[in-house]
Design a protein around this ligand. Structure first.
Ligand SMILES: C[S@@+](CC[C@H](N)C(=O)[O-])C[C@H]1O[C@@H](n2cnc3c(N)ncnc32)[C@H](O)[C@@H]1O
Length: 262
């Protein structure tokens, strides 16, 4: 069964990806979109069973001002003519802000609670150019002309490395030539031999700030799939992207990339 497509501002049940054999469907680039060996990416999403209150609490604990990201995309040409696809849109801070500039924003997230929350926010704000799609990097099927911009923040680490590469190939397939991928995530820029020291330092300092419980930070390292910058950058290259701009946090935990589709 295909992932559900939620019209903006409506609520519907997530489609079950694991109840029917998958057909092999090819994108225009010839890449498989749905294959029988496709995993259920929700297993790794870390957000199953979230309630509306959980999403609101998530948003409070992950304060994020999207205006700089939107301004960055505007500097790269984002205008009222453009379609933007966001993966892992979560509560929708970026989607709401970018929809004010773009022609249309497609917000993709495998969590029904995140989708419902964003749909409601958009309705309440009188925004009608956001389409919320209950799917993920591996299951979203782009049924529009190629997009000029893709944005994703703190979501790709939910996929193991093989599937990150798959996701990047799929993103490339939905972008127009020279289209922009703006990718932010928890990606480790330290050397492997520094891992103990750097990860401990990040957990200690972030927990001391009081925004996130220590257990959540430990869980990120233990159960999610943050990778090294040198691995992710190779994946971006092999998926067909040139990195035009990269930035690593001093902690060595976060990396931001602006990439162009070759
Ligand atoms: C840490 S939150 C980040 C939300 C938002 N981008 C932000 O920065 O506030 C991670 C988001 O990625 C989503 N996610 C998890 N697995 C995903 C997948 N396979 N494809 C797309 N999004 C995924 C989660 O549902 C969640 O909304």
């Amino acid at each position: 069964m295909r992932p559900g497509r939620l019209p903006a501002c409506s609520v519907s049940e997530i489609a079950t990806l694991d109840t029917a054999p998958m057909l092999a469907i090819l994108s225009t680039s010839g890449h498989h979109l749905l294959v029988e060996w496709l995993p259920d990416e929700r297993v790794w999403s870390g957000v199953s069973g979230l309630s509306d209150d959980d999403v609101a609490a998530f948003e409070r604990s992950h304060e994020f001002d999207p205006s700089r990201e939107v301004a960055r995309l505007q500097a790269l040409g984002l205008s009222q003519h453009d379609l933007v696809v966001e993966f892992g849109s979560g509560p929708g801070g970026f989607a709401i802000a970018a929809a004010g500039i773009a022609r249309e924003l497609i917000a993709v997230d495998p969590s029904p609670a995140m989708c419902t929350y964003l749909s409601r926010r958009a309705t309440e704000a009188g925004i009608d150019n956001i389409e919320v799609i209950n799917a993920g990097f591996l299951t979203y099927q782009h049924q529009r002309p190629p997009a000029r911009f893709v944005f994703s923040k703190n979501a790709l680490h939910h996929l193991p490395d093989f599937w990150k590469a798959e996701a990047l190939v799929r993103i490339r397939g939905l972008l127009e030539p020279a289209g922009v991928l703006r990718l932010r995530d928890l990606v480790f820029s330290f050397q492997p031999e520094e891992a103990d020291e750097r990860i401990d330092a990040w957990i200690d300092s972030t927990a001391a700030e009081g925004r996130l419980p220590r257990e959540r930070l430990i869980n990120h390292v233990r159960s999610e799939f943050s990778t090294y910058t040198w691995l992710l950058e190779e994946m971006l290259d092999r998926a067909g992207f040139d990195i035009s701009d990269r930035c690593y946090s001093d902690s060595g935990i976060f990396a931001h990339y602006t990439c162009r589709r070759r």
